[in-house]
Design a protein around this ligand. Structure first.
Ligand code: ATP
Ligand code: MG
Length: 176
């Protein structure tokens, strides 16, 4: 029996340095009003599709799925903080329904289906997790962050001593 290598993968929107700085500043403001476990600034992202533990041999299918995604670039405004009581997740996200983002995620899951992934689009709530195990104090207003979305990224998650670490595997520009 051969031990097949598995990799923990997810598609995400990965901010550039400028957007990351702005998200980090907004996160710092929100995190002044409570306590929990902060997500390090270098980990901030929006997950589009979580694939979980994937066999090495499925990776080619995943890559070609990403190539087939039919979506153009758009602009996302991150303008509010939120908190999910049940999971203890503190987040930043868009308050306006991001139709272009929903179309992107729909197209991505549709492309992934032949690789054996079950779309969980119904559960898609775009957010940047900024802390976990959060006990709510209050949610302040944030300075809106304008995030130009022009690419889709595939990331691998590694379990480090101080929580998850991510490596960027590949990036696909959004062109239609
Ligand atoms: P840790 O699990 O170590 O606290 P993490 O959740 O950031 O850190 P992963 O569990 O590898 O690391 O998850 C990678 C990304 O996928 C994160 O954005 C996470 O929120 C998301 N994710 C993880 N599990 C699921 C899931 N079951 N459904 C949807 N998204 C998920
Ligand atoms: Mg996790």
């Amino acid at each position: 029996m051969s031990a097949r290598r598995k990799r923990r993968l997810f598609f995400a929107l990965w901010p550039d340095a400028e957007v990351r700085n702005s998200l980090a500043s907004a996160a710092a403001v929100v995190r002044k009003h409570g306590s929990g476990r902060s997500v390090p600034d270098e980990n901030l992202h929006i997950t589009l599709a979580f694939l979980g533990s994937v066999d090495e041999e499925v990776l080619d299918c995943v890559r070609s799925a990403a190539e087939q995604v039919n979506a153009g670039a758009f602009s996302l405004t991150i303008d509010r903080a939120g908190w999910w009581k049940r999971t203890g997740i503190l987040w930043l996200g868009p308050s306006a329904g991001p139709a272009a983002l929903n179309r992107l995620v729909k197209s991505l899951w549709a492309a992934l289906e032949p690789c054996g992934f079950w779309p969980d689009f119904r559960d898609f709530h775009p957010h940047v997790t900024i802390a976990r195990r959060w006990r709510k104090a209050r949610l302040p207003e944030i300075k809106p962050v304008h995030w130009p979305i022009d690419a889709l990224m595939l990331l691998e998650s590694h379990t480090g001593q101080r929580g998850a670490r991510y490596t960027l595997l590949e990036r696909w520009p959004l062109i239609r």
